[in-house]
Design a protein around this ligand. Sequence first.
Ligand SMILES: [Zn+2]
Length: 161
Amino acid sequence: MNCPNCKSKQNKLVDIIIDSFSIVREKTCIQCHFEFNTIEEVMSDAFLVHKKDGSRQQFDREKLIRSLLRSTHKKGASQQVIRELAVEVESQIVSSGNEIDSRLLAEIVMLKLRNLDPLGYIRYAASYKTFVSVGEFIDEMHEIVEASPQIPDEQLLLLID
Ligand SMILES: [Zn+2]
């Protein structure tokens, strides 16, 4: 992978972190000293997701990543961070068994997304309708707005579409 900052091919491997699902290589660009990671995914035994309608589907990491990218705000989490989040969610679920309820899966994703990208979190939660009530949704919005004073009002208005 070229340096995301200056596109140089010259980089130095700083560290390598391996778990059951991914191999993360931390690199530093020799030219501009920018630090970046590359992630290689290790195929895991797929687990099943129980859908609300009673059907079961194999977990699809790419699908999760696509839905997260749709939810996250442009200035929020980067694609790299989202991929890491998806791998993290997957490893957490696999370590607890090989089947999961789709609602629990959405909740685990949301908890992680909440710290990473509050706006993306609200969009994700809204699109998956995981809020029990409108009141709960509004409470969450208020909490996030209070915790994130840097979010301009016009960005919050975009959420109500
Ligand atoms: Zn560079």
